[in-house]
Ligand binder design. Structure first.
Ligand code: NAP
Length: 243
């Protein structure tokens, strides 16, 4: 199936990580659907992608973090594009450093969990059935290494939320070992930013987007965790995926 016949749902596609992925997918000729709760973020995304690919980007305002919201926006999506062949999920937030746990409220922990794991679960439950039984389809989760350690003082709830996302991906791999859809995870153990905001050791969201788009395009592996610690790992990830 040529890329032009494939429709990628980019969950979190208006975000820092997601926008790089959306641009790379569009540059390869995929049709891409992005859902955001904020129409301003969708407008910004339209200004960011290559002008020649604009007709292949479909944007929808919606909240994939609630069951009703996800169902509602799924119906709107199917009405607009008819099908989904691939899903890339990069829901969450870029950073959280609210302080050590004893200074935090339950409300704050709820917010972290809602944003990092509950939206990931609810949207997976809504959209996975669209791709689950087809070996030419893919579902790719983008997760962060913050789930494995405290990155620095005051980032504890980030670790709690990110660890939940890592565990959820593990559970899916183990619960659905034979699912035909290519189910993969890209675990990023460093910061991701646009080229003009790169700090030492960070990877560019454009380079990450290119690597993830290649993964989606090739759809060779399944049930694999691709770990990215530095820019060079993006190339290794692609080489391994080619074998
Ligand atoms: N940035 C990094 O340095 C970094 C590093 C390693 C891993 N990661 C991983 O990448 C993920 C995304 O990070 P990011 O930097 O791209 O964050 P971001 O810029 O805040 O983008 C996150 C996106 O998730 C979307 N989202 C969250 N809840 C939603 C909901 N209920 N309904 C619809 N959209 C929802 C947001 O949509 P709205 O437009 O509606 O707000 C936003 O577009 C993180 O969770 C993390 O696991 C990031």
């Amino acid at each position: 199936m040529p890329n032009s016949d494939r429709v990628v749902l980019a969950l979190g596609g208006a975000g820092t990580v997601g926008s790089g992925i959306v641009k790379a997918l569009l540059d390869r000729g995929f049709k891409v659907v992005v859902i955001s709760r904020d129409s301003n973020r969708l407008e910004k995304l339209k200004g960011f992608i290559s002008p020649t690919s604009r007709e292949n980007l479909v944007t929808l305002v919606g909240n994939v973090g609630s069951e009703e919201g996800a169902e509602e926006v799924k119906q709107a999506l199917l009405k607009a594009v008819g099908k989904v062949t691939d899903v890339v999920s990069s829901l969450g937030f870029s950073w959280w450093q609210g302080g050590p746990p004893h200074t935090q409220t339950l409300k704050e922990l709820h917010w972290v969990l809602e944003t990092l794991i509950l939206s990931t679960f609810v949207s997976w439950k809504a959209f996975f059935p669209l791709v689950r039984d087809d070996p030419s389809c893919t579902y790719t989760f983008i997760t962060g290494g913050a789930g494995e350690k405290l990155l620095m003082p005051g980032t504890g709830f980030l670790t709690v939320g990110a660890a939940s996302a890592l565990a959820f991906c593990q559970v899916l791999r183990d619960e659905y070992p034979d699912v035909p859809c290519k189910l993969n995870q890209v675990k990023i153990n460093t910061g991701v930013a646009p080229p003009d905001r790169l700090a030492p050791g960070y990877i560019s969201h454009l380079d990450l987007g290119d690597a993830v788009a290649t993964l989606v395009q090739r759809r060779m592996a399944s049930h694999v965790v691709f770990s990215v610690n530095c820019p060079a790992d993006l190339k290794t990830m692609l080489l391994e995926n080619n074998m």
